[in-house]
Design a protein around this ligand. Structure first.
Ligand code: ADP
Length: 384
């Protein structure tokens, strides 16, 4: 079967104006000259002398064109034949429309089923995520109650820290779930307050906060003069999340590095689906800062590398390991980075060797009053 595209073509315009018309070799040639449309070129190659063209119209919309020719050249169809053909096109139009609707319903149904499966997986993950810290909390609380007479202050401190740690895990999970729900549909614009943010300050703050909870060492390789235009709080959240993932999916002695450098949009090697064609088409190359979070962890199987950015999706392996997580982190990070005119992607991942997550944000000059020199500056106070 050959499908000739006709939407927006000259043929469609011709047929819209009349109930039917004859297409001859001259007209085909004329159309080819004007438009070079694939359909017209195909017609020319068939060497047909004359063809009757009838619109296949559903209500007012043209859903196709019926083209007829006979082996006898220059055959003109009789009015009653044209009438019968028009009746056939009316039937064909409703059949085509039904088929189109059916296709749409099938697509929507497949998407619903996919979402349903993800929700089921999420419920399993979420209940596991809730149950683990909850049982730790109730376990240590009952230990404290039962042994209150004989436990040492050190033990009390240890149990209390375990309880606090688990409570924090629950708080994080609930915060992630609420945040993802609030973000709503993909088209929804996030309410952010952009301003100058020093990448080094954001990276250091995130790594200092995280280092209390993780075993690995984080190496920060960010020059102090790299500034971006974004909202400080979500930026820190994105970096924390990427570093936290790097730690979660790496052995305790693995190195984690956060590095940043200045570059331009056209020099970045982005995956096809992350290229900002609109901005590239602007003509002016955009100055950006690329930030990389590099780990030596378990890596991500090739078949999961695109999916992990979707809501609730965890790599297949992560579903069967005790590593905590809801599959929301990368989704939230990508939404934030995109809302701040950047992109977030998986630059590289080799199973058992490690991964590199990368994002870029538009670069700006260091604000004059701080000069970007003083590392102890707290440029993020504004939104902290
Ligand atoms: P989670 O809460 O499950 O960590 P994320 O959205 O942050 O959710 O990540 C989605 C999935 O991507 C994770 O479940 C994990 O399988 C995979 N992943 C993310 N970061 C890394 C990493 N640095 N190394 C290996 N796998 C990772």
């Amino acid at each position: 079967m050959i499908r000739l595209p006709f939407k927006g073509s000259i043929l469609e315009r011709e047929i819209e104006a009349e109930s039917f018309f004859y297409l001859d070799a001259d007209k085909v040639e004329e159309i080819v000259q004007i438009s070079g449309e694939g359909g017209a070129i195909f017609l020319r190659e068939t060497h047909i002398e004359k063809m009757l063209m009838l619109p296949v119209r559903y209500q007012t919309e043209i859903v196709g064109i019926l083209a007829l020719h006979t082996p006898r050249l220059n055959r003109v169809f009789r009015p009653e034949e044209v009438g019968a053909l028009l009746a056939i096109t009316a039937q064909a139009a409703s059949a085509i429309r039904n088929a189109q609707l059916f296709e749409k319903i099938q697509e929507a149904y497949a998407e619903l089923q996919r979402m349903d499966k993800l929700k089921d997986e999420f419920i399993v993950t979420a209940s596991h995520e809730l149950r683990t810290p909850l049982s730790a909390i109730s376990g240590y609380a009952s230990l404290l109650r039962r042994q209150s007479a004989r436990i040492t202050p050190q033990q009390i401190l240890r149990y209390a820290s375990k309880i606090a740690g688990s409570a924090q895990q629950l708080t994080d999970l609930v915060a992630n779930m609420t945040e993802a729900a609030k973000m709503g549909a993909l088209e929804k614009k996030l309410d952010l307050q952009p301003g100058p943010v020093q990448v080094l300050a954001a990276a250091e703050m995130a790594s200092t906060m995280l280092s209390v909870n993780i075993e690995q060492q984080i190496i920060v390789q960010v020059a102090p003069d790299l500034w971006v235009n974004c909202d400080a709080l979500p930026l820190r959240q994105v970096i924390t999340n990427l570093l936290d993932n790097a730690a979660k999916y790496s052995p305790p002695d693995g190195h984690i590095t956060i590095a940043a450098h200045a570059t331009t949009l056209s020099q970045l090697q982005l995956p096809e689906d992350q290229i900002d064609y609109e901005r590239l088409a602007d003509g002016e190359d955009l100055a950006v800062i690329q930030v990389r979070v590099i780990d030596e962890g378990e890596g991500i199987p090739a078949e999961d590398q695109q999916r992990i950015f979707e809501k609730f999706v965890r790599a297949t392996r992560s579903l069967t390991t005790p590593v905590r997580g809801s599959g929301l982190g990368l989704y939230i990070c990508r939404r934030y980075i995109e809302a701040m005119n950047g992109r977030l992607w998986l630059e590289q991942s080799v199973p058992q060797r490690g991964s590199i997550f990368s994002f870029y944000l538009p670069r700006i000059d260091a604000p004059i009053n701080t000069g970007g020199e003083d590392e102890n500056d707290e440029p993020e106070n504004k939104t902290s």
